[in-house]
Design a protein around this ligand. Sequence first.
Ligand SMILES: [Cu+2]
Length: 148
Amino acid sequence: MKKALLALLVISLMVIGLSACQSAPEGPQIEVSGVWGRPSPMKAGNGATYFLIENKGSEDDRLINATSSVSDVVELHDMTMDDGVMKMFHVEEGYVIPAGGSVELKPGGKHVMFIGLHEKLEVGQVITVELEFEKSGKMIVEAEIREE
Ligand SMILES: [Cu+2]
């Protein structure tokens, strides 16, 4: 009798444990990785940074803003083909990061743009960027400056 009760208890604990593992965390859960930027030889020129944003939660989120000490103006950009020419544009509404999905910023695509650099960005330098998500709030990441 005691053994049967114990077995029942063990089984119910296992079921509870399994269901806890299966459900994604409530709300959005944002992870940013592989942050880097290209060197920029000119002071007062422009720079860009790229990274992967993953949302491991159960709710969509949105990257709405970015700031950095390297320039006063920081914008979220994307690229498009216009008459056979690649052009970039400011994505004012930001990037939606779908629940269980990801968005990759990379050369030729989405990027965080620094406009009017206070100083040039050199290989080996590490810069700090603050990202702001609609639901997850602010997050500080470090970008390594390197060639690709
Ligand atoms: Cu740009």
